[in-house]
Design a protein around this ligand. Structure first.
Ligand SMILES: O=C(O)CC[C@@H](O)C(=O)O
Ligand SMILES: [Zn+2]
Length: 423
């Protein structure tokens, strides 16, 4: 029901907008590419939408350090192209790269496909400029690798989902572009073999391993049915996508080759294919990256983004499949295995409260019993705010409420998001 959408170009304009809204108690919903999975960027009632779409300028790039400073509304894929032309890459990559904004990525602390190698945005973001609820511009846009001068305030805004301030500019450390990238797409006979492949792979590939993703056979069937992407290997219960990135093509190919020989020889892997040329690399990645899209064409999707101990990671998928039986169209498990991050998705013809009742709180209770996280990389937004208690103690939730009250006493920033409705 929003009636107003504002599209500022500068931090000063954001500051004027927030000062105005703060004085008049007007609620504001910051919005980047609007690709989030938990409704964090969608207004609940008639909030004023503050879009970062026109704040899309690169401010500086240093070719020795690889430090990029840009406005919050730069589209991730455009930044990737910009730094790749200069022989660097962005430290994060995700399926929504064509539309998501870097400011939104930082605000949700998005994980994605390069996390295994380059780590979280809490490490790669070096500085932020943030406009606070009352319009104050907080300039923490430094480009220093090391800086121990007091509390590291920028960390508070990484993953705060627009509830504590509006991120207007980002300083981020970009790694050098790897000279050699190889992708192997393999079929595994069981989940135990997927885990064993991961251990072997870490041992044998070491520092060149840059991604370890997995998907189950149902994901592959759906990608085939809805997107017409053909499987490059024989049908198997599980598939893994392994990427290596290094500086010496010959060295990397040799390492990957001996790993594959071992994996095939010992029965961990039953079939596989490899790619070094860009087109085939992209084709193999598409099988994994486009699962979300295939699922959305399958029906209504119940989505869970869990961190779980590796040994138990797939048990919840098997459990939910048995629990729901024919009530679900499909129950799938895929995700960033190397990061202990499972995407459990369930599709059905339409939304049904009874199916939701069979899934929740069951999935959350299961996750809590494993000391897992009910939101690994998608954030909390509107959808998951009442389940934070499964992963955080009451004392932590109370401190979060206190921080919110300190930074946004009038509660104008992204209301009804992230924090539980009655804490
Ligand atoms: O749709 C999902 O649940 C996961 C989306 C994304 O995080 C992915 O890894 O593909
Ligand atoms: Zn993911």
């Amino acid at each position: 029901s929003s009636k107003v959408l504002l599209r500022p170009r500068t931090s000063e304009e954001v500051s004027h907008i927030l000062r105005h809204c703060h004085e008049r108690n007007l609620a504001v919903n910051p919005q980047g590419g609007n690709t989030g999975m938990v409704g964090g960027s969608v207004p609940v009632f008639d909030e004023i939408i503050l879009s970062t779409a026109r704040m899309n300028q690169v401010l500086s790039f240093h070719s020795v350090s690889g430090i990029l400073v840009c406005q919050a509304g730069c589209v991730l894929e455009e930044l990737s192209r910009y730094v790749e032309e200069r022989d660097f890459i962005m430290p994060l990559d995700l399926g929504a790269k064509g539309s998501c904004h870097i400011g939104g990525n930082v605000a949700t602390n998005a994980g994605g496909l390069r996390f295994l190698r380059y780590g979280s945005l809490h490490g790669t973001v070096l500085g932020l400029e943030v406009v606070l609820a009352d319009g104050t511009i907080l300039d923490c846009l430094t480009s220093l690798r090391k800086d121990n001068t007091g509390y590291d305030l920028k960390q508070l805004f990484i993953g705060s989902e627009g509830t504590l301030g509006v991120i207007t500019a980002v300083s981020i450390l970009c790694p050098p572009k790897p000279r050699a990238v190889n992708v192997a797409f393999l079929g595994c006979p069981g989940f135990a073999e997927v885990l064993q492949t991961f251990s072997t792979c870490k041992g044998m590939l070491g520092e060149i391993l840059s991604a370890f993703e997995f998907m189950d056979v149902v994901c592959m069937q759906l990608v085939g049915r809805h997107l017409h992407l053909a499987s490059p290997v024989q049908e198997s219960p599980f598939y893994v996508l392994i990427e290596t990135s290094g500086s010496n093509a010959g060295h990397d190919a040799e390492k990957l080759g001996s790993f594959l020989e071992h994996a095939l020889g010992s029965g961990l892997v039953t079939d596989g294919t490899m790619a070094t040329d860009q087109t085939k690399v992209k084709m193999l990645w598409a099988l994994r990256e486009r699962i979300t899209e295939a699922l959305s064409r399958d029906g209504y999707v119940y989505k869970y983004d869990l961190s779980l101990p590796l040994e138990q990671l797939y048990d919840i998928v098997t459990d939910v499949r048995a629990r729901l039986g024919p009530r679900a169209k499909h129950v799938v498990g895929y995700g960033h295995l190397g990061d202990g991050n499972l995407h459990l998705n369930v599709t059905a013809e339409a939304f049904s409260p009874s199916l939701l009742g069979a899934l929740e709180p069951h999935v959350y209770e299961w996750t809590a019993r494993q000391q897992g996280s009910v939101s690994a990389e998608h954030g909390v937004g509107f959808r998951k705010r009442d389940v934070l208690g499964y992963s955080k103690p009451p004392e932590a939730l109370q401190l979060m409420q206190q921080l919110k009250a300190l930074l946004d006493p009038k509660g104008i920033l992204n209301p009804y998001k992230m924090l539980p409705s009655q804490a």
